[in-house]
Design a protein. Sequence first.
Length: 436
Amino acid sequence: MSEGLRRPIGVAVLGMGNVGTEVVRILIEKAVDLHARVGAPIELRGVAVRDVARDRAVDPALITGDAASLVTSDDVDIVVELIGGIDVPRALIASALEHGKSVVTANKALLADYTGELAGIAATAKVDLYFEAAVAGAIPVIRPLMQSLAGDTVQRVAGIVNGTTNFILSAMDADGDDYAVVLAEAGRLGYAEADPTADVEGYDAASKAAILASLAFHTRVTAGDVYREGISTITADDLASAKSLNCTIKLLAICERIADSVGKERISARVYPTLVPKTHPLAAVNGAFNAVVVEAENAGRLMFYGQGAGGAPTASAVLGDLVMAARNKVHGGRGPLESTYASLSIAPMGDVLTRYYVSMRVADRPGVLSAVAAEFSKRDVSIATVRQEGADENARLIVVTHRAPDAALAQTVDALKELDAVAEVASVLRLEGTDE
């Protein structure tokens, strides 16, 4: 232990919502254990909140509304940022790092766009920037990518990283209810926010995908680089059709290395609802749980599963980072920062090879199937299966393709919408988790 840090490690917490409250509780209740694990006492120096008058489960003397002063205080060594948003925490974290404080944050929206900026400040100041809790709550996936697999080559990261959407899709699959009904229930149970847009339209998952892709492929990826679709158009009929194909539907974040026509390596990062075969491990992840599958050149397939949100699970990840940062303060070390040496380009979604599930309402008459098949053939999209359901005005044609460039599949769908025989292209989904 360095002589200068035999003293206690001072911690400032910014925000006391569900996660912040749990972090403060654990710091107080587990003080003796944390002391033993770190090698020095960890002492809470202050908690910054918006409403200082509100009663909280902490000594009122620790509560402050002046976060800017707290993060630069001489007796603070580590700042834990849990207030959310972008502009305010960005400024506070930058100030903390510049003043020599290590930072632990769970702010995926901020990190998706500003990890590079903040990591640069941390490197200059020779302090730590940890963010395990920013992706998949309690599930340890950031540290394995940055440390355990640092000597391997990660080929693909795919997972369910948003508990709200997984709860909704799992309930629709189990009960056969429509999206709107299950969304309302998710709100009543506390799984969905009053404004669920960030979750159900895939923005939350896209931020997490950007972080995962950046770490996995040593390339800076932002949320704007991630192709995104949400789940609000998924219907009970889609889930029923998925079952008939021995599949379910999940909102997946997928990050992978792909090669172009001349073998040049690029990155694909995307979020969308997809059919997943029931035999795939992600198909069995239900409710508000998360799971991430990492495929590496030498390690093979690794799966990380657990609670992806909630106060206590997320606080567990925050405390893990806090202990690491505190140990580094005590022993004089530093944790790894992001590596962007590869600087791979981002492939447009149209170049990505995918499979498609296309559901159409069609005229129930001879020649319809051949007309539909011709549109796929014109664009070299191979059909894997075709099935018709219903008859007369309720006739429904379902086509599942083999892998083809996403642009070709999208052009095919556009052409199908123009056919006289097709009354409506009711649903278009991709199919992942197969090699066809």
